[in-house]
Design a protein around this ligand. Structure first.
Ligand SMILES: *[C@@H]1O[C@H](CO)[C@@H](O)[C@H](O)[C@H]1NC(C)=O
Ligand SMILES: *[C@@H]1O[C@H](CO)[C@@H](O)[C@H](O)[C@H]1NC(C)=O
Ligand SMILES: *[C@@H]1O[C@H](CO)[C@@H](O)[C@H](O)[C@H]1NC(C)=O
Ligand SMILES: *[C@@H]1O[C@H](CO)[C@@H](O)[C@H](O)[C@H]1NC(C)=O
Ligand SMILES: *[C@@H]1O[C@H](CO)[C@@H](O)[C@H](O)[C@H]1NC(C)=O
Ligand SMILES: *[C@@H]1O[C@H](CO)[C@@H](O)[C@H](O)[C@H]1NC(C)=O
Ligand SMILES: *[C@@H]1O[C@H](CO)[C@@H](O)[C@H](O)[C@H]1NC(C)=O
Length: 638
């Protein structure tokens, strides 16, 4: 038994190296302002843009500042505490970004999480060090810190060290009494100057020492964060901790080996047990679950998949999606599969995850990628999908050379097939599924360029904490429906919006800029299309590769349907079954589309109309008129 235990320990150790499970960071404090913005719609959009701009820098350097909008301006500031790894910083930021919008339409709000800080305001607060909302939180517990002198000494030390640090960060520990260590940490936002940082930390140190003798105190100020605790909170086992890829590769290799050994060990042990006693009672349920799962035809063995992908060799990497990297693999029976290594470990909820997988595997349609099964018993969780040889739509559509493979007929089939697949997910399948991440790279193509939607269903499982979703969200901004980004409102119509963007990309052969800056400036594909639509010159935007392959009428119809799907107001977007119907019908009167979101109409004449906002978020006939000479108001009743 002892060697087996050792092996298990070894395996567990490699598990924690490979896939540290990332629980959402705790929220310490949310402060929503009391003043409300007078123009929530414009403010919301600027808010989203600012959050996106912060995302671009916080993930790289742990700090991000942003300003968006010329009127109803939103300033933003985000800061990760320097002890977080890059991945944890991203997760923490994602979590804060999901939670902070609950404060809207307040004009100034901030949130402190266990690891990061995020604030938006209608004023430039990037150099604000302290304000009246500064506060401290003390945790009461049975452990008491008796030596005030040591604690103040420690806080003074981390304050001094942080001021002298390029990241404005310092952490240290000291023994307060025999056997009791207290850990201290100071972090100023990087946008402060040294004197601001000093003011802030000194105030924080003063306040937080008021927590004594409590074993944990945090000061949450406008420009800094200071904490002491008897927990070594900043020494969290670095999950990847900026770990080099070679270390990771080693860990994975170790993982593969360890698991193989363990599996053999367990097999031997299991056979012995079986031989000894057929009806032996099991102490805990987890073995039971894994065993019943491994009997299922949906279960794949980890080491088989390791081998099929050549130990996840980079050469076989197909790309990565919202949930993990995908590798091509060849099973022992010669079947080609795509193996997805999930970023998120599902070991805590193996049974739930497996239920989800078996549910999704029952959702079958010609335009959906088939989920063949999963592996949950190894050090990381894997999903196994059917392999499609032509990879994904983006690889063709946005490549000037490969694009020629997509003629009009194929593009139309892709547009129609995707609509049918989505309609099936939304209505026809037993489990109603909202995809949430429709984009060109999630449309896979088979050998005859028929489309199959990838990556559906799992969002249901992972959505409990939206963190992970919003991590993906940041990457696919250009496809996200506005009501979903700002308020997290999720209906099938969010998919319809993304689909609309996709259709417009397919017909123009251009990528919708997913940089916020460009879309706010009105340079995005959608705003370009809208401009040409109002000027009745849409046909100029047709992908030149399609010239002569279709009639003008056919092309305009696709543009039209794309615009209908990408309207600001979810209720105006047609359901996907309706979209499929529109595509197939020979002649049909389509309603006029209203303006899509994220379009900043510049120019004094527009602003001087007063009530017309600089963008249109939820559609109203008023601003519809201002850009579109055609009457849109007749549509409102639909
Ligand atoms: C991000 O950092 C770069 C380099 O320091 C800077 O040029 C850019 O303006 C920053 N962007 C934001 C949004 O802070
Ligand atoms: C915010 O204020 C600081 C200091 O006053 C200044 O350096 C910075 O440029 C301002 N930022 C913006 C976007 O106005
Ligand atoms: C530091 O920033 C504060 C707040 O913006 C400002 O009042 C102060 O003059 C600055 N100090 C120095 C030395 O730049
Ligand atoms: C904090 O804990 C101490 C000792 O455990 C107890 O006497 C005190 O009432 C607690 N205070 C609060 C506010 O819970
Ligand atoms: C503070 O720093 C000084 C100098 O490095 C050191 O001697 C002292 O022990 C530290 N005090 C505490 C409480 O850590
Ligand atoms: C500040 O840091 C530098 C090196 O980074 C070091 O030489 C210096 O002694 C430090 N000063 C203080 C006051 O800690
Ligand atoms: C924080 O300290 C300031 C003075 O340093 C004091 O006025 C304020 O009441 C303190 N606040 C808390 C919550 O302890």
């Amino acid at each position: 038994m002892a060697p087996l235990l050792l092996l298990l320990l070894f395996a567990t150790a490699s598990i924690s190296l490979v896939g540290a499970d990332n629980p959402s960071p705790e929220i310490f404090l949310t402060l929503c302002g009391t003043t409300k913005t007078s123009n929530p719609q414009a403010f919301d959009i600027n808010f989203v843009n600012s959050m996106e701009l912060i995302y671009q820098n916080i993930t790289v350097r742990g700090h991000g500042l942003a300003v968006s909008g010329t009127s109803d301006t939103v300033f933003g500031i985000g800061q990760c505490f320097h002890y977080l790894s890059a991945v944890d910083c991203q997760l923490c930021y994602a979590e804060s970004r999901v939670k902070l919008p609950h404060c809207l339409p307040a004009t100034d709000s901030r949130i402190y999480l266990d690891g990061c800080f995020l604030r938006y305001s209608d004023r430039n607060v990037s150099t604000q060090a302290t304000d009246s909302k500064d506060t401290s939180i003390c945790r009461n517990s049975s452990v008491m810190i008796s030596s005030k002198a040591t604690l103040t000494g420690l806080l003074a030390n981390v304050t001094a060290a942080a001021l002298n640090d390029s990241q404005y960060y310092a952490a240290a520990s000291a023994d307060v009494s025999p056997g009791l260590t207290v850990y201290g940490m100071a972090q100023c936002w990087k946008s402060l100057n040294v004197s601001g940082c000093r003011d802030c930390l000194e105030k924080a140190a003063m306040n937080v020492s008021g927590c004594l003798p409590a074993s944990d105190g945090k000061a949450l100020n406008a420009g800094c964060y200071l904490r002491y605790s008897t927990d070594p909170f900043y020494l969290t086992p670095a999950s990847g901790g900026g770990g080099s890829s070679s270390r990771k590769a080693l860990a994975v290799a170790l993982g593969c080996v360890a698991v193989a050994v363990v599996v053999i060990g367990v097999a031997i042990w299991w056979m012995r047990r079986r031989a000894a006693n057929e009806s032996c009672d099991e102490e805990d349920g987890s073995g039971e679950i894994i065993r019943s799962i491994s009997k299922s035809h949906l279960s794949f063995k980890y080491e088989v998949l390791c081998k099929a992908t050549d130990d996840f060799n980079q050469m076989h990497k197909l790309g990565h999606g919202g949930y993990g990297s995908v590798y091509k693999g060849v099973l022992p029976d010669g079947r080609e599969v795509a193996v997805k290594r999930l970023f998120f470990n599902t070991r805590q909820w193996v049974d739930q995850f497996f239920n989800e997988v078996s549910l999704i595997s029952q959702v079958q349609h010609k335009n959906l990628v088939k989920l063949l099964g999963c592996s949950v018993e190894g050090p990381e969780s894997l999903l196994v999908y059917e392999y499609l040889c032509n990879t994904s739509l983006d690889k063709f559509l946005f490549d000037s050379f490969k694009k020629t493979a997509l003629d009009w007929e194929r593009r139309f089939d892709i547009i129609l097939g995707t609509a049918e697949g989505l309609a099936y997910l939304h209505t026809a399948s037993e489990v109603r599924i909202i995809h949430r991440d429709i984009k060109a790279s999630n449309i896979l193509l088979d050998e005859r360029f028929r489309p199959k939607i990838a990556d559906f269903g799992l969002a249901r499982y992972f959505s409990e904490d939206q963190t992970h979703l919003s991590t993906g969200l940041a990457g696919t901004f250009g496809y996200m429906a506005p009501e979903y980004i700002v308020h997290g409102q999720l209906t099938e119509k969010a998919d319809t919006y993304s689909y609309g963007v996709l259709v417009l990309e397919i017909i123009t052969g251009k990528k919708n800029q997913n940089s916020v800056a460009t879309s706010a400036e009105g340079h995005s594909l959608i705003s370009l299309i809208w401009k040409h639509f109002t000027e009745k010159t849409l046909i100029e935007l047709l992908d030149p590769h399609l010239l002569g392959q279709c009639s003008e009428e056919q092309a305009l119809k696709i543009f039209h349907i794309g615009l209908l799907c990408a309207q600001s107001s979810p209720s105006l977007r047609p359901p996907m079954w309706k979209v499929a119907e529109m595509l197939m019908s020979k002649s049909q009167d389509l309603p006029l589309p209203t303006q899509p979101p994220f379009i900043n109409i510049k120019g004094a004449d527009v602003r001087s109309e007063g009530s017309v906002t600089s963008y249109k978020y939820s559609s109203s006939s008023k601003s519809g008129h201002s850009v579109n000479p055609m009457s849109v108001s007749t549509l409102q009743g639909r």
